[in-house]
Design a protein around this ligand. Structure first.
Ligand code: SF4
Length: 305
């Protein structure tokens, strides 16, 4: 320690993990310990996603992860939630995930929940029995970027999933008792596919009844021309009113029994938070007001910040 700067010493004490940047996590994992069990995303093809384009997909060695868990364990802090990163940590085999989960539970006994991002294909390669064992090992929740329930839109953005692959995956999670938090990307099909994107996305959510659902609005982090060059078709850009109308059509078609719904990610124009179905009429009223210009919405310059 003698040759290290004060900054380095403090960093080691309070931030014992050197992350491979950039690092992403869902908003609701803000207080979680993040462990990178993979680097990047095994798909990394989606036209709208720049998150892991700078990374080559890699599976981290168990010993490296174990070292990080030990470092956190030595701090003696009551960690309650652990989020496994990066983009689709659930791509790991069940055997490997269970080994990691056991290590977490053993060294950090206060942990109550382990979660991760997952692609439907990551789930579909696992049997129900494997998923039940993963849940028993502590993996309680998965964040699934559904993006759309429309096969045309999914194909045009190279998601590598379909309505059916996503439906199968979400129903498998339900059977295994693992909670699902799904994300739909408003504006993903552009003006030409807006209607079918909204209706089929609602249909997929209705048929799978996830515990949590949220919407984000498509944002062109690398510029719209870049997105258009990746989109397999002609992308018609939508204005704010059209995006709000698409969200309204999506919510109108939702028939959720008991799901927590949020549109509070920074990309959204209008923040909606509540339960669906209970708050459906309230959400629609707020959307109608926003569409008519009677309700304040997030200004364009604040979106995505
Ligand atoms: S699967 Fe998810 S993380 Fe990977 S490229 Fe697509 S949206 Fe991005």
């Amino acid at each position: 320690m003698r040759n290290e700067s004060i900054y380095q010493q403090i960093k080691k004490m309070y931030l014992p993990i050197e992350y491979n940047q950039p690092l992403f996590r869902p908003p609701s994992e803000a207080k979680s310990l993040i462990l990178q069990v993979t680097i990047g995303c095994s798909n990394n093809e989606c036209a709208f996603c720049e998150m892991y384009k700078s990374k080559k997909f890699t599976v981290r060695k168990f010993e490296e992860i174990q070292k990080e868990i030990n470092k956190v364990s030595a701090l003696n802090i009551p960690v309650r939630k652990v989020f496994l990163a990066d983009g689709d940590a659930f791509v790991l085999s069940s055997k490997r995930l269970i080994r990691i989960a056991k290590e977490i539970k053993e060294k950090l006994p206060t942990v109550q929940r382990i979660s991760a991002y997952a692609l439907p294909s990551n789930i579909n390669t696992k049997t129900i029995e494997e998923l039940i064992n993963l849940k028993k090992a502590g993996i309680e929740m998965l964040y699934v970027g559904v993006e759309s329930g429309d096969d045309n839109v999914l194909d045009m953005v190279s998601k590598g999933e379909t309505f059916n692959s996503t439906k199968t995956a979400l129903l498998k999670l339900k059977k295994a008792g693992i909670k699902a938090s799904v994300m739909i990307l408003i504006g993903l099909g552009g003006g030409a596919f807006s209607r079918q994107h909204a209706i089929n996305s609602a249909k997929l959510i209705n048929e799978t009844q996830p515990e949590f659902a949220s919407t984000l609005v498509l944002t062109f982090y690398a510029g719209i021309e870049h997105f258009k060059s990746q989109f397999k078709g002609s992308y018609i850009e939508m204005n704010t009113k059209e995006l709000l109308e698409e969200l309204r059509l999506f919510i109108q078609n939702l028939e959720l029994e008991n799901a927590v719904f949020r549109s509070d990610h920074a990309s959204n124009y209008l923040v909606l938070k509540g339960k669906l179905g209970a708050d459906k009429e309230l959400f629609l009223q707020q959307l109608n007001e926003a569409i008519k210009g009677e309700r304040k919405i997030r200004p364009e310059w604040m979106r995505g910040l």
